[in-house]
Design a protein around this ligand. Structure first.
Ligand SMILES: *Cc1c(COP(=O)(O)O)cnc(C)c1O
Length: 367
């Protein structure tokens, strides 16, 4: 089976170092918020163009904590995309915000012209959570211009884009805060849940650290209400000693596979999305647009022992959990993507022969 992920190969490659890291934490007797988390935060902050990191329990919490640290008040409007993991919108709601959606462009990322239109139409919007979806960086120059012209507090959701850049600048570096996730399937995954936020401002750093730890500003002193959302020492240690050293080569593998796909795929009914000019993608996913017969192509691939995925099958504004909060408006591009998108396997342990097999299977689809 050519699967979307290959955790057996991942563990063959990194398990020894991960077990050494676990042994080190176990022996140290210090399991929560210690040296491993601090070192991992410092080592990963530059990947997002920031000075500091705050390890959290997961990527969902990281966004909620970021918005709360930036002063979001109950009912504040937050501009975001309807095409993402549900967690992006859920975090906005959990922080007390009200999501406002701007439709996506033909590549599935938030359309910054439509975002600008939404900001002009509603001058009360002061927060924005854009998502660097699929591993592609949004146009950071346009994002920066929106931030400055509309005085936005910006949280860049980098859960799928660790290491991505735009004209040499790191995705995550424009917003006051960037967030990411170390969920196992992400480009830098751990053995369970984990996440982080990244900041440069010292006051924001202090507030975010307090919120992740019951709102404590010092031991047993609670200036605000917080969460319990800490990255474990065991995860931080495995991440920094076993997995982070591999990230650059993993990203190179993803890029190589993407190039092979872009060169090899010829089926007119299953086209890769266009490239974003200036974006260096880290290819978290490899999406195709299949306007007709997506289910049929999935079955055809399955018959050839190839797994595929859909990211995502329902635009967030149509999710049942949001039913009472709408209507949010119409987002035809997001709806169309939900019906047409198909993701091919692109994990770093995919072998060349497997990539060739996927290309051959797609190209011979009679759809
Ligand atoms: C995975 C993901 C999240 C949530 O991260 P968790 O660690 O699973 O909570 C948020 N946003 C995007 C775009 C994601 O892909």
């Amino acid at each position: 089976m050519i699967a979307m992920n290959a955790f057996d190969r991942f563990w063959d490659d990194t398990g020894r170092q991960a077990l050494d890291a676990l042994e080190r934490v176990g022996r140290s007797g210090w399991y929560v918020l210690g040296e491993e988390v601090a070192a991992f935060e410092a080592e990963t902050a530059p990947l997002f163009g920031h000075r500091h990191g705050v390890g959290c329990a997961n990527g969902l919490d990281a966004i909620e904590i970021a918005l709360r640290a930036l002063g979001l008040q109950l009912g504040d409007r937050v501009l975001t995309t309807p095409m993402s993991a549900f967690a992006t919108t859920l975090a906005i709601l959990r922080a007390g915000g009200k999501p406002v959606f701007a439709d996506v462009d033909e590549r599935g990322l938030i359309d910054l012209s439509l975002a600008e239109k939404a900001l002009r139409a509603d001058r009360s919007i002061r927060f924005m959570v854009p998502v660097h979806l699929y591993g592609h960086s949004l146009d950071l120059e346009r994002l920066k211009s929106l931030k400055e012209r509309f005085g936005l507090k910006l949280v860049e959701d980098c859960a799928q884009s660790i290491g991505a850049s735009f004209n040499g600048k790191a995705a995550g570096s424009i917003g006051q805060i960037a967030t990411t996730s170390f969920y196992p399937t992400k480009n830098l995954g751990c053995l369970g849940d984990g996440g982080a936020l990244y900041v440069s401002d010292e006051a924001l750093l202090k507030t975010a650290k307090a919120i992740r730890d019951y709102g404590q500003d010092s031991k047993y002193s609670h200036a605000m209400l917080g969460l319990n959302s800490r990255l474990d020492e065991t995860h931080a240690s495995m991440l920094r000693r076993a997995f982070l050293p591999k990230l650059a080569s993993w990203t190179e593998n993803r890029e190589r596979i993407a190039r092979k796909y872009l060169q090899g795929l010829t089926h007119p009914g299953a086209r890769p999305f266009g490239a974003i000019q200036g974006s260096r993608s880290v290819w978290h996913l490899f999406p195709l647009r299949v306007p007709k017969g997506r289910e049929n192509l999935m079955q055809h691939l399955k018959a050839a022992n190839i797994q595929s995925g859909i990211h995502y099958p329902l635009s967030i504004h149509r999710q049942k959990a949001l039913e009472e909060m709408g209507p949010f408006g119409d987002f035809p591009n997001s709806d169309r993507l939900a019906n047409e998108e198909l993701s091919l396997p692109i994990h770093p342990y995919l072998r060349d022969a497997e990539v060739d097999a996927v290309i051959a299977a797609v190209n011979t689809w009679e759809g």
